[in-house]
Design a protein. Structure first.
Lengths: 315, 352
């Protein structure tokens, strides 16, 4: 059993990381008071931008194509999120409808462009990111085998962003302002906080992180853009709720879900897992999120002003 | 009476903006937008068969649109029409393949089971909302993906096709909502008896909302939950009922799509019609007749895209992009409203 766990662990982490970074992005948006159900679409945009950038660069700049591609995903997601920010912050639009529009637009527009560029709706790249075993650390008993063998550089990048996000949200004045805008925007405004600006930053970070998440899917386990991330964005949303809008809560829930996906994927080939029907593992994240919503319904840590438009001067 | 023209004006503006966005996208890839739209609309309308296909696509959209619109009237956002439709389709397909009954009874049982499946899928978020105040948006999203995986594993396990693992067996002709006279009338199109279900539902829902006590109660809950409670309306019961009916309508959409338009159910797809239903409801101002108009329009965009692609090389996803853009513009209708106000003011000034 232990050997199997060590064997599938790198895969579990590979599935966790895009979820983690996307949910972390959603955390910034929702903590600032803007619901973002457009995470799925923003991931697709990042997925596309990364794919198309690498495809164009891998012949001319093979050494840096992947890094620039990931940066393009990050930037593409951020720019696309501006649509959501403008609608929900400036126009007081229904944030759920705006997010739905983002999801539908991203899926359609990226395939439209992909078809124009490559002829089919897909974009392939020749080489993705390589897995590396970290010398020295990988020899640590137990932990070395789990965490330091066969890892992607993006895993460490995302974990660094997680710690940075925690630090920014809880240890800086900026983080306090962002959170205040999600709890009580009028109070924040009366203390001199620019609610619009904070919410814009929150939504843009959510787009950038989700875009990076899509890009990471491209360079790690996918290798081919196909116009959809098959619900991972919604799974990130579920992780955000299950993690109760806290960075390390999100780390726990995404890892939980990432591990469940991996076990479901391999349960066909590994007899030890075949005893659990894969459907149970697949619906598990969604069911536990529903249960979490019920359990936390009295004491939910959801931002108080989430989804509410802010009007200047409101009491 | 003043509200209806406003809603209409808003809808027309959103459509125009969406069409302009589509034109810009066609131009961006070096195609001629006039040619593109000409072939898009011709592809949906140029002969009886294509008209029949447009109507068949619209049939499903009417029902998902009604589903979303009905929930909206009770103040609930049903983002789960896709999952409800999928489960409805699964139920109808399973009955059609596994149950031996005379054709008329079989079809009725199929349609009823689709309604029941969708209703069950809507009841769960409704119950969670009523009892635990769980936000229905999140709950319906979760239910969508639960439906996706249920179908993903149930179809290969119980209804496996002869050649492909990824779809169910093809329904025999006697278990299909297609009838020869309609197929012949429209020269072999996909149009089917689902159309009558959809049209009947438009009038039933309209009657229910405007003429029945239950409709009044549902709308009262939607306008002001607390006032409704104070007036002695069972708010929780109405929330559950609203989601049950909304889910049932989406389930019917599944029956018309998987056992009428198509003849089997595929795995690994969350039907886009469920999300298009949101667009249909918004554009139709949550009004049953508005839903009909919006569904026909979006049906036309979907039905004509293949022909447009063949004639001009413009990718068919342009239609989905236009629909998404229209949703975005309806969400930001306040901007359109401001624009219209501005124009009205300028006109007044000019008239002085």
């Amino acid at each position: 059993m232990w050997e199997i766990i060590v064997q599938i662990f790198p895969y579990a982490i590979a599935y966790t990381i895009p979820l983690l970074i996307t949910a972390l992005g959603g955390l910034f948006s929702e903590r600032s008071g803007v619901i973002n159900i457009g995470l799925e679409g923003l991931m697709v945009v990042g997925y596309f931008c990364t794919a198309i950038t690498i495809r164009n660069l891998e012949a001319v700049a093979p050494g840096t194509a992947i890094q620039i591609g990931l940066l393009a995903g990050f930037a593409g997601g951020a720019v696309f999120a501006l649509l959501h920010a403008f609608a929900s912050i400036n126009l007081n639009a229904n944030q759920v409808i705006s997010g739905t529009a983002i999801n539908m637009m991203a899926g359609a527009l990226t395939v439209y462009l992909a078809r124009t560029i490559t002829g089919s709706g897909n974009i392939q790249i020749r080489t993705g990111l390589l897995r590396r075993t970290i010398g020295g650390l990988s020899d640590i008993p137990i932990l070395g085998g789990l965490f330091f063998t066969q890892t992607y550089a993006t895993t460490w990048l995302v974990l660094a962003l997680l710690i940075l996000s925690w630090f920014v949200l809880y240890k800086t004045a900026f983080g306090l302002r962002v959170r205040a805008c999600g709890e009580h925007p009028a109070a924040a405004a009366s203390a001199g906080v620019n609610v619009y600006l904070m919410r814009y930053i929150g939504v843009i970070i959510s787009g950038a992180f989700a875009g990076l998440g899509g890009g990471i899917i491209m360079v790690t386990y996918s290798g081919e853009f196909s116009g959809t991330v098959a619900g991972l964005g919604f799974l990130a949303l579920a992780s955000l709720i299950f993690g109760q809008w806290k960075p390390f809560g999100v780390l726990g829930s995404t890892f939980f879900f990432g591990f469940a996906i991996t076990v479901a994927n391999v349960s066909q080939v590994i007899p030890e897992f075949a005893v659990i029907p894969p459907i149970i593992l697949r619906v598990f994240p969604y069911v536990v999120t529903l249960i979490a919503l019920v359990v936390f319904s009295k004491s939910s840590q959801a931002p108080k002003a989430i989804g509410q438009p802010y009007y200047p001067g409101q009491g | 009476m003043k509200r209806l023209p406003d809603a209409l004006l808003m809808a027309v503006s959103a459509v125009i903006l969406g069409i302009i966005a589509g034109a810009l996208l066609m131009t961006a890839i070096g195609s001629n937008p006039f040619e593109g739209y000409y072939h898009l609309f011709r592809g949906g309308l140029m002969n009886m068969r294509r008209i029949g296909n447009t109507v068949a696509v619209s049939t499903t959209l009417i029902l998902t649109g009604l589903s979303v619109a009905f929930a909206f009237r009770t103040g609930l956002f049903n983002i789960g029409a896709a999952g409800q439709m999928l489960i409805g389709g699964l139920c109808a397909t399973a009955v059609g393949l596994q149950v031996a009954l005379p054709r008329p009874i079989l079809l009725v049982v199929m349609v009823l089971s689709a309604f029941a499946g969708g209703a069950l899928w809507g009841a769960v978020p409704g119950f969670l909302k009523a009892k635990f105040n769980v936000h229905e948006v999140v709950a319906t999203i979760m239910m969508n993906w639960i439906a996706y995986w249920v179908v993903y594993y149930a179809v290969p396990a119980f209804l496996k096709g002869d050649f492909l693992e990824t779809e169910s067996r093809v329904l025999p002709a006697y278990a299909s909502l297609r009838v020869p006279w309609m197929t012949n009338l429209f020269d072999g199109a996909y149009v089917n008896m689902g159309l009558f279900i959809a049209v009947a539902m438009i009038f039933l829902i309209r009657f229910m909302l405007n003429r029945m006590t239950i409709g009044y109660e549902l709308k009262a809950v939607g306008s002001n939950r607390h006032a409704a409670l104070y007036a002695g309306i069972h708010v929780n019961r109405n929330i559950i009922l609203s989601m049950v009916i909304a889910g049932g309508l989406a389930g019917l959409a599944g029956a018309t799509f998987y056992t009428g338009y198509s003849a089997n159910i595929q795995i690994g797809v969350l039907p886009i019609q469920g999300f298009d239903g949101i667009a249909v409801a918004l554009l139709g101002a949550n009004n049953p007749l508005g839903v009909l108009g919006a569904a026909l329009f979006f049906g036309l965009l979907h039905a004509g895209k293949g022909f447009m692609n063949a004639m001009t090389g413009i990718p068919p996803e342009i239609s989905d992009t236009i629909i998404a853009t229209i949703i975005y513009f309806t969400a930001t209708s306040i901007l359109i409203g401001r624009g219209l106000n501005y124009l009205a003011r300028r006109k007044k000034k000019g008239g002085k």
